[in-house]
Design a protein around this ligand. Structure first.
Ligand code: PEP
Length: 239
């Protein structure tokens, strides 16, 4: 099965680096897996028509209209975006996005044939208190509430433990596989569909070999390491 490898560039890279980044990605990727790069909105048009797909880091809860500063799902679709990251923990922390907002964003994506990559993950405290599964279940059911089963068959869940993002600390491979299976079971019993689950949190060139063969992980969401095109290509080519 093809894996999906998503690079979340966050608010990094200036215009003078875009050409080099794309050049490296185009000339060095040697993989049958699907690669998705999520740059800032302003660079999206540069990332289309290449040998990878383009994703967005966010989407508005509003449709086209008088919403200054927003970017709608319809606009993303017209820019040939295929995937949208929804509810990244940084958006939840800094922009106060909650499960209800995520649910609306997912609906906007689905109405515009964009595939949402829905982020969930526990905090360090929740993990220490053994609340990981409880938190993930509650979040997931709230985020996916009353979605149209026929539309969500392509939906992707990214398991991103908050304590692992940008810290260099990762769960064990067994923990990750166990959580991935847990997530798949929840979605299966609620919606009777087989959802794909990605892992994200401090993936880099030195630890990817430990995780790449996990049974229930369908791919990876890579943050920091995707900002360096050489490092990102090395991860992609290793998987
Ligand atoms: C992320 O922010 O989605 C992420 C996975 O970051 P990092 O790889 O830097 O931990």
């Amino acid at each position: 099965m093809k894996k999906i490898i998503v690079g979340n560039l966050k608010a990094n890279m200036n215009m003078d680096k875009v050409g080099d980044y794309i050049y490296t990605m185009n000339n060095s990727i040697n993989s049958d897996n699907e690669v998705v790069i999520c740059p800032s909105y302003i660079y999206i048009p540069f990332f289309t028509n290449e040998n990878f797909n383009v994703g967005s880091q966010n989407v508005s809860i509003y449709d086209n209209g008088a919403f200054t500063g927003e970017v709608s799902a319809e606009q993303l679709k017209s820019a040939r975006v295929k995937y949208v990251i929804v509810g990244h923990s940084e958006r939840r922390k800094y922009f106060h996005e909650n499960e209800r907002v995520m649910n609306i964003k997912i609906r906007k994506c689905l109405d515009n044939e964009l595939i949402p990559i829905v982020c969930i993950g526990e905090t360090k405290e929740e993990r220490i208190e053994f609340k990981t599964k409880q938190v993930l279940r509650m979040d997931l059911l709230e985020i996916l509430k009353d979605l149209d089963r026929d539309k969500i068959k392509d939906l992707i869940i990214a398991y991103e433990p908050i304590w692992a993002i940008g810290t260099g600390i990762v769960p064990s491979p067994k923990e990750i596989d166990d959580i991935a299976l847990f997530i798949k079971d929840i979605v299966k019993s609620a919606y009777k569909i087989n959802v794909k689950v990605l892992y994200g949190g401090s993936i880099n060139t030195t630890n990817i070999d430990k995780f790449k063969l996990l049974n229930d992980i369908d791919g990876f969401l890579v943050g920091g390491a995707s900002n360096n095109p050489n490092e990102f290509v090395q991860i992609i080519n290793e998987i």
